[in-house]
Design a binder for this molecule. Structure first.
Ligand code: C5P
Length: 421
């Protein structure tokens, strides 16, 4: 693939989510794209041009005057390292893709109305290439009919919208409006352009179990746990961004999905075991992130709904320990378990599980804390592997925890016989 064919334009507009665009840019560059960044004036209130220039290795384009068309490379831009100051929106519009992330309600509105009062909007109007818009804003702005109508209009004109996610917003409110996670945006770009992802895990086949199983009591009730699947999904997304071929066995996860990842949905622990055993042979690394129920109701559970007057005693029987009973057909397979432990000696109990379950690595998290772990966006973990020192990861996002876990896996694979890709 020639360099020219990998040129894309990243438009950054004035939302606090512009901070996440630096991470998105890093993933795009890592995946082999030559990215030109256009910042609107408002976005520079959140992130300076130097940050984007450092990551893209290209001068960042912006306007010296609002409403003008003058292009200002960031200070320190090397002559000859990118577009010259007379580089026009027409030239930029010849790129393979225009990606706008974050896209504010203001920019979306102007795109819909055909207003071209800055370089990014002029480039958009001049573009013949695919355009991807990733909105980010407060939840009430996102739900406003004006924004929704503008987006529907843009979609009818062929613009691809990567919808925002739901969660805690920068303004402190909770709702829809958070910029889609950078690996999900990367996946959409790659899917559109039909290109492989480059990264240090290129060619690695990764299988992740995620979420919490449900064991039926009757047709409406079940036994489950607090796992949301966020940690497993973060590992899957980060593996994908680093070039791996990823499959997720998802147990009851209602999280946004990445178009570059294959998902197999399961409900119960026995379904998870069946699908995992069927898939296992074709993978190099298994992340056993799912919280599998340790007990299920004896028999198959009752059909229908148990009534209060039935006064039923539930008979519980243990489920099988799935990861312990997997056979190691595939010499290459590396198994990573997860241990959510509570109370004294929790670290040592996790280490003991690594040995008793025949895992190569285990990721411990302390569930006596309420600010990390289950259903939270953050985690604090200790990564343990046989014959290696423990790696402690202080409280951070699950995405960052996933990166640290993958770093350790990459090191283990590099140290092992070299049989793995
Ligand atoms: O024993 P515990 O549930 O703490 O072990 C956690 C690890 O074992 C996780 O990786 C989990 O996915 C896996 N596990 C399993 N089968 C079970 C219970 C847990 O594979 N029935």
């Amino acid at each position: 693939m020639s360099n020219e064919r990998r040129q894309i334009v990243l438009g950054v507009t004035g939302s606090i989510a512009a901070c996440k665009s630096v991470e998105l840019l890093r993933l795009l560059v890592q995946a082999g794209f030559d990215v030109r960044v256009i910042q609107t004036a408002a976005s520079r209130n959140f992130v300076g041009m130097d940050a984007f220039q450092a990551v893209s290795g290209r001068p960042v384009l912006s306007e010296m005057f609002e409403g003008g068309d003058t292009i200002t490379p960031a200070a320190g831009a090397q002559a000859g390292s990118g577009p010259s100051p007379d580089f026009t929106h027409i030239e930029l519009a010849r790129s393979r893709l225009l990606l706008i992330a974050p896209a504010t309600a203001n920019t979306i509105g102007k795109m819909a109305a055909g207003i071209a009062d800055n370089l990014l909007l002029s480039t958009y109007l001049a573009c013949a290439c695919p355009v991807v818009v990733c909105p980010a804003m407060n939840c009430r702005m996102w739900e406003h009919p004006a924004v929704q109508d503008n987006l529907r209009l843009l979609e009818r004109r062929g613009v691809i919208v990567v919808p925002p996610e739901t969660g805690m917003l920068a303004c402190g409110e909770e709702g829809a409006g958070r910029l889609a996670e950078p690996p999900r945006i990367l996946a959409r770009v790659i899917q559109l352009l039909g290109e492989p992802v480059h990264g240090d895990l290129e060619g690695l086949r990764v299988l992740v179990t995620a979420g919490g199983t449900r064991e039926p009591i009757d047709s409406v009730r079940f036994i489950t746990n607090r796992s949301s699947g966020k940690m497993g999904f973060a590992i899957a997304e980060r593996s994908f961004s680093r070039g791996a071929n990823v499959t997720v066995i998802a147990a009851n996860c209602s999280l946004p999905r990445n178009p570059g990842i294959r998902y197999l949905d399961v409900v119960t622990s026995s379904e998870l075991a069946r699908v995992l055993n069927a898939e296992m042979g074709g993978f190099d690394v298994l992340f056993m992130t799912a919280a599998v129920s340790d007990y299920k109701v004896s028999g198959t559970g009752t059909m229908g709904k148990i009534e209060r007057v039935d006064k039923k005693d539930l008979q519980l029987v243990p489920t099988s320990d799935i990861v312990s009973s997997l056979d190691r057909n595939n010499k290459c397979s590396l198994k990573v378990g997860f241990a959510a432990e509570y109370g004294e000696d929790n670290l040592e109990r996790a280490r003991e599980k690594m040995f008793s379950k025949d895992l190569d690595m285990i990721v411990f998290n302390d569930i006596s804390r309420s600010d990390t772990g289950f259903d939270s966006d953050d985690n604090e973990i200790t990564i343990m592997a046989k014959d290696r020192g423990d790696v402690f990861v202080d409280k951070t996002s699950k995405a960052e925890c996933a990166e640290r876990i993958l770093d350790q896996v990459a090191e283990l694979l590099a140290d092992s016989s070299g049989g793995c890709p």
